[in-house]
Ligand binder design. Structure first.
Ligand code: PLP
Length: 407
């Protein structure tokens, strides 16, 4: 069955649904793994926790970047061992920390979290010292050598002080570092320079600790094209450059594991959102196409539409993953025809904000027709207010390479 046939078949069951193409996910995973030799990837579950997607990425050897206890459990349910599940999130509850300890490697996000973990360690465990990583808010950014206030992680200076103070602690042992300061970077040169700074940071941490780190988690950053003007990150070049940086580092760090986290890269472009025309009307000469589950089913196109009222140019900083750019999503008819119409695409919620595109040209659409929205594989279903208005949520289906569906 080809993709279009599959979508038509699924539309008999769902008025709105996400469609993930396993073949595309696999190709993109392959591109990362082939180009980044000696690097392990952790999949950021938050961007798309659909079980078919997890089956695909974990099946290719990715570990997990888990942002909650539930995500830790999902990774474990998919068979991942503890040393491939990294639990990194701010403000973890003490109960979640305790519950995750046997299943995941903890990455502490604050000095007080480190102390909470120490208290748990002091309460009579037999797996002491507990190995823990620290998320660092480094003294640099992609562009500068200055740190910035951040709700994430421990400021570099404080993290180094803590490491040197706790290097011989009986209860916790700091074995790894993590930093993530940007998502959706398309410039491979900036990513290279960031990785370079991260390897230097690792050396500063090792000096404070007086021993080698077991792992360095470089975080995420590799972006995907959203706007038609965007190009793919040159992962061939970036992979080769990273290998060169690692070449020197590896001389003294043969056993250190290097992780890159990646959420959007593999599933993002592989997903589309399919929504049915539920009604059509003309008001004061303007034609409205009313679709199933727009703002509530796939929020980001509505957010981009709202931002278009306020921004005349792309912002200088990123509001990921709520808003990437003004032209991040394309709207297409599944069955295009030559008759064109200027229409406004809106949804069924009782709010005027539930509009995803205004006065755009589309092929003529009638009730029952299907509209496709692109770039719906990451931060799409998982980042939409589906409870609003208590409507039925969209379906989510991954089409496997053998044509079967994971629903
Ligand atoms: C700590 C951390 N790691 C990884 C990611 C995944 O980012 P991306 O989907 O851009 O690869 C995020 C995204 O918010 C993050 O906060």
């Amino acid at each position: 069955m080809d993709k279009k046939q599959a979508i038509k078949k699924l539309a008999e069951k769902y008025d709105s649904f996400y469609f993930y193409d396993q073949q595309m996910i696999l190709e993109r995973i392959d591109r990362l793994q082939k180009n980044f030799k000696g690097i392990e990837f952790l999949y950021s579950i938050k961007c798309n926790p659909h079980s078919g997607v997890l089956e695909t990425v974990f099946g290719k050897g990715f570990g997990a970047d888990a942002a909650s206890l539930r995500e830790v459990e999902m990774a474990a349910e998919h068979g991942l061992p503890k040393d491939l599940i990294y639990y990194s999130a701010p403000a973890k509850a003490a109960g979640d920390i305790e519950a995750a300890l046997g299943k995941a490697v903890l990455i502490a996000d604050s000095l007080s979290e480190l102390e909470r973990i120490r208290k748990i360690a002091q309460s009579g465990r037999n797996d002491l010292p507990i190995k823990v990583g620290i998320r660092i808010n480094p003294d640099f950014s992609y562009e500068t050598n200055e740190g910035h206030a951040n709700k994430f992680g421990v400021d570099e200076g404080a993290a180094l002080d803590y490491m040197s103070k706790m290097k011989d602690d009986a209860f916790i042992c700091i074995t790894g570092i993590h930093a993530h300061i940007r998502s959706q970077e398309l410039d491979a040169k900036k990513l290279r320079s960031y990785y370079d700074k991260m390897f230097a940071l690792a050396l500063r941490c090792e000096e404070a600790l007086g021993r080698k780190l077991e792992y360095i988690n470089l975080g995420s950053g590799i972006g995907i094209p959203f706007d038609e003007k965007d190009s793919e990150v040159d992962v061939e070049w970036l992979g080769a450059e990273t290998e060169k940086l690692l070449g020197d580092f590896r001389k003294t760090h043969a056993g250190t594991r290097i992780f890159i986290e990646s959420g959007r890269y593999a599933p993002g472009p592989s997903g589309i959102y399919v929504t049915k025309v539920m009604d059509k009307k003309v008001s004061y000469g303007k034609t409205y196409i009313l679709l199933k589950n727009t703002l509530n089913g796939f929020m980001r196109p509505s957010a981009a539409k709202m931002m278009s009222k306020y921004l005349t140019s792309e912002p200088a900083f990123s509001w990921e993953p709520l808003f990437t750019g003004l032209h991040s999503f394309r709207f297409e008819a599944l069955e295009p025809n030559s008759e064109k119409e200027i229409v406004t695409l809106a949804g069924s919620l009782c709010t005027g904000t539930d509009v995803i595109a205004e006065d755009i040209e589309m092929p003529r659409l009638e009730i029952g027709d299907l509209v496709i929205i692109t770039n719906a594989g990451a931060y799409a279903a998982s980042f939409s207010p589906m409870q609003f208005s208590s409507q039925e949520a969209p379906g989510q289906v991954l089409m496997r390479t053998d044509g079967s569906f994971a629903e």
